[in-house]
Each structure stands twice: as C-alpha cells, then as structure tokens.
Ligand binder design. Sequence first.
Ligand SMILES: [Zn+2]
Length: 287
Amino acid sequence: MKRRAWLKYAAGSVLLWAAGCANGKKQASVEKEKAAAAPEAEGVHTEEDEGVRISWIQDNAQERRMPNSLFQGADSALIQKLSPEGGVLASVSCFLVEKEGRRALFDTGVGAADSRLLQGLNALGVSPEAVDYLFLTHFHGDHIGGMMREGRVVFPKAEVYASQKEYDAWMQMPADKNAQVVKTMDAYRERLHLFAFDDVLPGGVKSLDGVGHTPGHTLYQVGNFLVVGDLMHGTALQLTHPEICASYDMDMPRAVKTRKRYLAYARSEGLTLAGMHFPPEGFIALK
Ligand SMILES: [Zn+2]
C-alpha cells in the first residue's frame, strides 16, 4: 500500500533510528490527512510505506532527456519506436529517507550553480546540517558533486557510506579521471565508512551489489523501496528491454545482468524503485 504524504520533519522526535516504529501506521494516517492541505514543492515528491518516508528531490533545474544516441544493445528502430521524441525523459535526482527521527540522503546530484538539491531539502524542512547519513550509489560527478561547494563540505555532520569496491576502483584510476573523487572523499575522510555488499547499514538500510554501471555501484533497500542509483538511465527503454545499455555503463554485460536481476527481484517482492535518473516524480512501483 502506498501513501502519498508531505509534511515537515517532526522536530523533537525522540524515536531512535534503529528501533522499531510501533506507531507507524497511526502516524501515517495523520500525515495523510495533513498532506491534503499541504501541496508539494516543485521538484519534490514524498511517498510513504510502512513507516519509511522517502522523498524524491530533483536536482536538475531544466527538463532533462537522455538522447536516443546514448543507448545501445537493441535495434535502433526499436529504440526509436520506444522513444519517438529522440530522447527519453529523465532527471538527476536524489532521495531523502526520514525514519524514526533521522535523515538519510541518497546521492547529492551535480552540485552545479543551478542545482536544486538544497532548495528541495529546504522545502522538506531539512538543513544540510540535519542530514545524518549520506549513502552513495557510486562516484560519478552527478552523484557526488553536491557534497562540496566552493571547496567546502556541504553536509558537515553526515556519516558517509560507500562500497569498498567503488572506493578502491576509483582510487586506482589516473588523476585526470579521479580528481573530484579524491578531493571529495578526502574532505569527508573522518566520517567515511566503506562497506561490503550485503552489509546492513544504519537505519536497517541494506546495501546490494549493483556492479556494472561502475565497479562498485550499489543499490540500497529500505523497507519496500529499492534505491537503484544508475540501474537505468532511460526507463522508457530499459524497463521493458533491460538488455539496452546507456554508454555510461562501464561494464555493459555486467550492467545488463544486474539490471535483469534487480528488476526481477523488485517485481517478485512488489518493491517501489527510486532511481537517480527516473523521470519525475522519481518512483516506479513494480508489482
Ligand atoms: Zn548518473
């Protein structure tokens, strides 16, 4: 069951992040009532399911399309048929999970002058200082770019989580490829936590092997939501044809396997996908 809800973070919550939430259902119905009176800000959309509240925050200011020329692995006629406008509607997105009084941000967008992540967080009543955890799907610039602004950290209190595999792979790359990663990880060094796939992280967030797009690409499951990072760049093509890859996928055969595996998993479990390049409003429920 999905509930659309929007409300400001309840200040003063004494519930613990790791503890169960016995009042989840009651709270959800109260929030549902409030949601009717509170319109969502532009570029923000919140869903709630079994005590997990997750908000899509669109980082891109202008409409974003992934050009058909970016995709391969299928007949160009099929790609054209599925995407007749020449580009698939997409986004650059981040997700905020609020659970038991703690806030976790999944990826941080580009960090461009017109990036809207901080505006979106503000609309949800969350300051950068109030972000407790940062979970990174991978180290491409459109995912870690928002961690720094003018050479300083944007999230001064966040504990940062990334896969050991992703970290190791990027650290071995030449300087012309990894300069942004090295600088960013160094700035957060004292709060950086590297995990192995399948580790359960704070808040019961489960890390999952999403390798293919990058060497340590990670998916995260939170309740009935699966944060899929860059599992798909063009949902209009790849949901029905997971064999199609964007040229951004660093290991394409592995990316195809990973995509097929998690789409099947999400369908069998009835999960809702949250994707960093999904079209607005960021979620796709699979049943
Ligand atoms: Zn990306």
